[in-house]
Design a protein around this ligand. Structure first.
Ligand code: ASP
Ligand code: MG
Length: 431
């Protein structure tokens, strides 16, 4: 937090700072929100939460102005957690989980003030208007812009405004969340609303890499990448960005920087509309915990309307689809997974029932999605051979290629995933 505060102090152009919860806090809150009936275990989690926040509070020169607010929030977490133990639910989850950001923003504002920055904390729920889909609420950019003009812009001339990422409120004032990792998305929405000139995302890695450096040490940092490539990366697994983050930035053409607050001197990645270099192969992203659903029509050879009906049912159950491939009688798809609850996405029972009226439904798990990001892949001769040539030891469960010139995706078994990425990286990204 101190390092992040120094970054802000040294950048006089910094106007609005949205922050996430302290490290580990959202996970603890999600567990409590799921319902922890054993009081001893619940107390243990609550104690961990208290310790995390008190560890920061105790480092402050002047904790007094914020201590009562911190205590009140920690108390409210305990009350909500007791409620969740008997009756967990999506709305309660958001209310509970939001406390991570409400807490961290008190601490961070105080740190900035102690460093001599004129900082003020506001509640983003007055601005971040969303619908009422708890766990993965959809922001409403027009309302957000109007609310930002009213509540945020007047503060920007003199001060650095600190507020919460990840959380919002619906039109009735109920607390909502934008899905795990949603703070970046929040920042992009606010940047759009105030027509910021730049959006900087300071995280724990120095930008985007050709693949996750934990998978292979040969991964290289990417200095500059286009909006289209970066969107594909965010969408298909590079955990560095929430998949929706770039949407508002692209709408408003705001360049985005990603860097590490642990090592700001290392620089990071710039994401913008036009970039000087557009290589055929740029990066590999991996996302596990995939749920693949195969739907086989019972008696509909050459019939029309099968897919329309399938997607109508999926839409009715608010199921978002990631990948899709089709054959004459069947369609396979993977389910999108970004809601605050976490884990491998499930096909709701009611959706299975509705689909079963129409077709045979098979669900497979234990799969990982490998996404290859690049440029003009579908227009370049020989690119498929180069890609698949290094993968003849693996079973590829599903392949999606051609819809976008920027990406090729496939599913592999979980136990193969890392070695697939390593071989492919060696073959096409290590020149
Ligand atoms: N604190 C939230 C989470 O852990 C939001 C974020 O980190 O962006 O998912
Ligand atoms: Mg986070």
């Amino acid at each position: 937090m101190h390092r992040s505060a120094m970054i802000i102090k040294h950048n006089p152009a910094a106007r609005v700072v949205l922050i996430s919860a302290c490290s580990g806090v959202t996970n603890l809150l999600v567990e409590l929100a799921g319902g922890v009936p054993d009081p001893a275990r619940r107390q243990q989690l609550l104690t961990q939460l208290n310790d995390i926040h008190y560890a920061v509070l105790n480092e402050l020169d002047a904790p007094d102005p914020i201590t009562p607010a911190i205590n009140a929030l920690l108390d409210s977490v305990a009350t909500l957690a007791a409620q969740a133990a008997t009756q967990p639910g999506a709305q309660l989850t958001d209310q509970l989980v939001a406390n991570g950001e409400l807490l961290s923003t008190y601490l961070f504002t105080q740190i900035l003030c102690e460093l001599g920055v004129n900082a003020v904390r506001i509640d983003i729920r007055d601005i971040m208007r969303t619908d009422s889909q708890f766990g993965k609420a959809i922001p409403q950019p027009d309302s957000i812009r109007a609310l930002a003009t009213k509540h945020l812009e007047p503060l920007l001339t003199q001060q650095v405004v600190v507020s919460q990422g990840f959380i919002g409120a619906d039109q009735h004032g109920n607390t909502t969340t934008l899905g795990r990792g949603g703070s970046d998305y929040s920042a992009a929405l606010v940047a759009e609303a105030i027509r910021a000139s730049t959006l900087e995302i300071w995280t724990d890695v120095p930008g985007m890499y050709t693949t996750d450096p934990r998978i292979t040490a040969a991964a290289q940092p990417i200095r500059e990448i286009s909006f289209s490539e970066a969107s594909e990366m965010a969408n298909f697994g590079a955990k560095i960005l929430h998949p929706s983050t770039l949407v508002p930035a692209i709408r408003q053409q705001i360049p985005v920087f990603i860097g590490s607050s642990r090592a700001p001197e290392q620089g990071g990645t710039w994401i913008r509309d036009r970039v000087s270099d557009a290589p055929l192969f740029r990066a590999l992203a991996l996302r596990c915990n995939q749920t693949m659903v195969t739907l086989t029509s019972l008696n509909m050879f050459h019939a029309y309307g099968f897919l329309a009906e399938v997607f109508r049912i999926l839409a009715e159950h608010k199921i978002s689809v990631d990948l899709i491939t089709t054959s004459e009688v069947s369609v396979s798809l993977t389910l999108d997974q970004t809601n605050t609850g976490g884990g491998a996405p499930q096909l709701p029972e009611a959706a299975v029932e509705a689909l079963s009226q129409l077709c045979r439904v098979e669900v497979e798990q234990g799969l990982c999605l490998v996404a290859l990001i690049g440029n003009r892949m579908s227009q370049t001769k020989g690119s498929a051979k180069e890609i698949f040539g290094s993968l003849d030891d693996y079973n590829l469960r599903m392949i999606c290629y051609g819809a976008s010139p920027h990406n090729l995706c496939f599913l592999v078994q979980e136990q193969d995933a890392k070695s697939v990425v390593q071989s492919l990286h060696r073959q096409i990204l290590e020149a």
